[in-house]
Write a protein that binds this ligand. Structure first.
Ligand SMILES: [Mg+2]
Length: 185
């Protein structure tokens, strides 16, 4: 089996939602950035936990997974967010730009059809804060077909936690163990 992909979202994962009073977690350092196509007079604030840079880098360079950004930041993930966290360079999915007013236009995450086609039969661990029950069903169905699929869903108001990354690493290590067992027969 090929190495699993690690699909990584940003909003609600690396950049948690602000609290009702507008405050952001004290662990997260605020930056002002200019996404592609945005007027220079209209930059946007983001907040990132610098301590996540090194633990993410450890995982991204572990050889256990193939990291790919999966976010509406698209290319800006690689040029803005990744460098702010000190992450190594890795590719992004060029997601479609549907005219939607909800992230679940068909009851499931809008990114999923594109991801499903792009993955083909590849195993995947996907970190996103916005899965629905239908997405979890999709993951179970894929896994049942012999395509290991793990969804990690942080609380968007908290974002990614260290134990999520431990779970990813343990799952990916099990996949590589399965590969070694298969190679041995
Ligand atoms: Mg999100």
């Amino acid at each position: 089996m090929p190495l699993p992909y690690l699909l990584l979202d940003i909003d609600g994962v690396l950049v948690p939602f602000p609290a009702a009073d507008g405050s952001t977690p004290p662990t997260h350092v605020r930056h002002t950035v200019l996404p592609t196509g945005r007027h220079p007079d209209d930059p946007v604030p983001v907040w990132l936990d610098p301590s996540q840079g090194s633990i993410l880098t450890d995982l991204l360079t572990s050889g256990l997974i193939i990291p790919v950004w999966c976010t509406s930041w698209r290319k800006d993930a690689t040029t803005i967010i990744g460098p702010l966290l000190g992450l190594p360079d890795f590719p992004y999915l060029d997601l479609p730009r549907p005219q939607i007013t909800t992230s679940h236009p068909d009851g499931y995450l809008w990114k999923r059809d594109h991801v499903d086609t792009w993955l083909g039969r590849a195993p995947v661990v996907w970190i996103d804060d916005d899965f629905t029950v239908l997405d979890h069903g999709w993951a179970q169905e894929r896994t049942a077909r012999g395509l290991p699929t793990l969804l990690i869903q942080p609380d968007p108001y908290v974002g990614l936690r260290a134990d999520h990354l431990v779970e990813v690493r343990e799952w990916a290590t099990r996949q590589s163990g399965t590969n070694e067992a298969l190679d041995a027969v």
